[in-house]
Design a binder for this molecule. Structure first.
Ligand code: NDP
Ligand code: HSE
Length: 438
């Protein structure tokens, strides 16, 4: 058998530590699959003295990741630092030095992937990123290879473990947002800057990647409509339950004749749907293809070893392809680089159609509901269900909660503007989009 492939790991935190542990524990199985051993000979960290998740015996540890990238004996660089500046320089240098790259960095791929893949194509090296979307779920491989006979119609998923963990703990145990976020950070689920999780940016990075490989379009993070979970209140979770729905933070992308829509936002989903029952740090992605219909992929969306599982499977793929002619490798973005549709139209959120949950604070007196119903009817919006929640003792205004049928966002914007202008209502109308999903 050939000598083991020498790998340099940049970053030995939650994911890097997991990668070393999995490679060591499953060394025999991995070698049997890859055809060669995979050995981490060098790793980089910020602080040499920090306690690690893995043993660093048998590897050289440095604070200078570029030194590892510059080593001639390293064949594969695994980037697990995160962020988009230092990581970008390291990855581009690795590529230009003819090294294969494995990364879990969704921000890097979503923002700079077009440039990175073009350089990798020129250099004849692989850049693998399975761990960048949905942690341990092999969703990139499923779409890029398993579903390559299909025209993909849409993709919908719970693709951020931290927000799903927070929403689940709030709903099931009534825990406070901030307290659960702290726990997600301690468990290693959250991004270095957790606003990326709770404001939906991390999910938008992942949806950018999923859309590119599903539809054969360039990565376009700026075209994703992004809303996080910070404005979700407990009462909305309860009212949604009373209507038979769960609130999930969902990424949704669809290719239609009108163009491509990409959006991440809190979403009401009927509680009987499988995806509405995906809780805690688990992720799930629904992919609808014209031949296969709807398929569902489920698993841990974050955490040390689930993410390491995806990184190591990329490493095995890279080692397997070391001997393959670069022209015949699976394309980075699923479609051949010269076959990517560059003239695609991305839909503005105002053009997107969904159903809605609305919560309106209004005076508790006759005629208010009739005024609201009239505005909705005049803007072409039909109501599916309505309920008035009695105000607590001493409070004058009640909550009117509505579910509507599907309507274009621009018509809903107009209706909300008119409802907010009614003298009998106050504050902003709370709007949460709803999807029925299979
Ligand atoms: P951690 O913060 O746990 O680890 C980051 C590692 O990189 C640490 O070893 C740190 O060193 C080192 N590092 C940080 N900043 C620098 C820097 N400027 N220069 C050099 N080294 C640096 O992050 P994670 O392991 O959680 O995440 C790594 C990547 O994986 C990110 O891109 C993240 O988005 C992605 N990811 C994470 C998942 C998860 O569940 N955590 C899941 C899927 C993807 P030191 O340890 O000394 O501080
Ligand atoms: N912070 C991310 C999450 C890590 O919670 O989903 C996995 O990508």
């Amino acid at each position: 058998m050939l000598d083991p492939v020498k790998v340099g790991v940049l970053g030995l935190g939650t994911v890097g530590g997991g990668v070393v542990n999995v490679l060591r524990r499953n060394a025999q199985e991995i070698t049997r699959r890859a055809g060669r051993g995979i050995q981490v000979t060098h790793a980089s960290v910020r602080e040499l003295s920090k306690k690690r998740l893995c043993s660093t015996n048998g590897m050289i540890l440095t604070e200078h990741p570029m030194d590892i990238v510059n080593r001639d004996d390293i064949e594969v660089v695994v980037e697990l630092i995160g962020g988009t500046s230092r990581a970008f320089d390291l990855v581009m240098k690795a590529i230009s030095s003819g090294k294969h790259v494995v990364t879990a960095n969704k921000a890097l791929i979503a923002l700079h992937g077009n440039q990175i893949f073009a350089e990798a194509q020129k250099a004849g090296v692989n850049v693998a990123f399975e761990a960048a979307v949905a942690g341990g779920i092999p969703i990139i491989k499923a779409i890029r290879e398993g579903l390559s006979g299909n025209k993909i119609n849409w993709v919908a998923g719970i693709i951020n473990g931290t927000t799903n963990f927070i929403l689940s703990e709030m709903r099931e145990k009534g825990r406070a947002f901030g307290e659960v976020l702290k726990e997600a950070q301690a468990l290693g689920y959250a991004e270095a800057d957790p606003t990326f999780d709770v404001e939906g940016i991390d999910a938008a990075h992942k949806l950018t990647i999923l859309s590119a490989i599903a539809f054969g379009i360039p990565l376009n993070f700026n075209a994703v409509y992004t809303e996080g979970i910070t404005k979700i209140e407990r009462m909305d979770v309860e009212y949604a339950e009373q209507f038979g729905y769960r609130i999930k933070h969902l990424g949704f992308a669809r290719m239609s004749e009108q163009g491509v829509e990409m959006r991440v936002h809190p979403t009401l989903i009927p509680h009987g749907r499988l995806i509405a029952n995906v809780n805690g740090v688990m992720n799930a992605v629904l992919v609808n293809g014209d031949a296969v219909g709807s398929t569902l992929y489920y698993g841990a969306g974050a955490g040390s070893e689930p993410t390491a599982s995806a990184v190591v499977s990329d490493l095995v793929d890279v080692v397997r392809t070391l001997t393959v002619d670069p022209e015949n490798r699976v394309p980075h973005l699923a479609f051949q680089p010269d076959a990517i549709s560059r003239n695609v139209r991305f839909l503005d959120i105002s053009e997107v159609e969904t159903a809605y949950y609305l919560r309106i604070r209004a005076d508790d007196r006759p005629g208010v509901l009739a005024d609201i119903a009239r505005i909705l009817s005049e803007t072409g919006i039909s109501i599916e269900a309505v309920s008035q929640k009695e105000p607590p003792e001493g409070v004058k205004q009640a909550n009117i909660v509505l579910l509507t049928h599907r309507v274009k966002e621009k018509h809903m914007n107009e209706a909300i503007r008119r409802i907010e202008a009614l003298p009998q209502t106050s504050g902003q109308v709370k709007r949460i989009r709803a999807e029925m999903l299979p």
